[in-house]
Design a protein around this ligand. Sequence first.
Ligand SMILES: Cc1ncc(C[n+]2csc(CCOP(=O)(O)OP(=O)(O)O)c2C)c(N)n1
Ligand SMILES: [Mg+2]
Length: 413
Amino acid sequence: MALYSTPILGDNLDASMRANYTFVRADARAVLNNYYLGLIEDIATGPENDDIDLEGHMAKTETTTETTDDHIQIEELDEELATKAREELGDEKIIEMLRSMVLQRRFEQHAGRAYQRRKIKGFCHLYSGQEAVAVGSMTAATDDDYVVTHYREHGHALARGMEPNGVMAELFGKKTGCAGGRGGSMHLYDVERNFLGGWGIVGGQIALGNGVAFAAKYRDEEAVCLSYLGDGAIHQGIVHETLNMAALWNLPLIAIVENNEYAMGTALERVSAVKELEKKALSYDMASETVDGQDVFAVWDAISRARKRAVTGEGPTWLDVRTYRYHGHSMTDPATYRTKEEVDEVRDLRDPIVRLRNWLVNEDILTQEDIDAIDDEMEKVVKDSVKFADESDFPDVSTLTDNVYVEWPAEID
Ligand SMILES: Cc1ncc(C[n+]2csc(CCOP(=O)(O)OP(=O)(O)O)c2C)c(N)n1
Ligand SMILES: [Mg+2]
């Protein structure tokens, strides 16, 4: 934890700095103590035992939808949208969607463990719970579309088809990482896949996404820019300037608010005068809707329709995608601002992976054995990525100043 590496300045500290520093140290110590005492689940990233199910609760491995004393009733996916997805995507594609979601869940569990082993340093924001947003939206996108997203983006990168090895190595800061080890967890990048970053300034990335959308329109490309932001970004001035410009110029921007109910430790309801975020788009005369972000088909459907609007010149879309994050804001967040019961309720009733698995089994598309095999396979893929990252080298010091300035003449098309 960086807090402990701060040099002790002793008498040179003025009183307010000293008070702050003492507070931060005490806070950090409390976090660690609670972690070791097992009081904080969220700083940990999942059970060490690989046999345990994806959610950390044995009961939820059941694929039943009956409610009995022993079984938990999981919410079903929207039947109409599921039927539409089956007709338009086909079963193989839907199985791929499940595979991607399981890959992400396993990836985050291992990323969390690697962080605890201090293999990953700096910030690390886990995505578990939100997988349906990344997978539903990327499934609706074409290879020509662009992605500009926030810092909680491991899931987006994997859903876009980036190699787990390259993503994990980036988290480890290794030169085999997708950004050469220079970006880390918050700055994943893959130009070939039009994946233009993870960005850390809350709300800032939506303006970049709008610039990309502008370029796509200017070049007459049949492409949109999927621009993700958190609920914590919606009151940033730049977001509103961007929405106005996108609507005014009819840009192919799809603004996807991953509304996971919290911005760090602050609940959305405490900061937003408007509770139904889709209303925000009314000021800009822009299409908008609220989407169940725990239903991968609902996300796919909403983005597909938004994409169609954008490429046929009907302009941008703003989506309030309701989701939830299982872990704390970042690896050092004890998440004391919410109860374990609140987290468990989402895990028990609306987990996006369990909902899709149940549907697949109920529709006789997959068996429980198939589902277990996918889980085992993804676990192995992720374990291999950890090994790959661990065994890769750090960038050489001689490359320290590489990429600071653009090579000239730059290729401009
Ligand atoms: C402009 C700006 N202000 C403050 C921060 C510090 N900060 C980092 S993450 C965060 C909360 C963002 O929450 P949200 O947008 O809901 O995304 P989530 O973490 O829930 O995915 C804040 C305030 C920042 N990075 N940038
Ligand atoms: Mg949030």
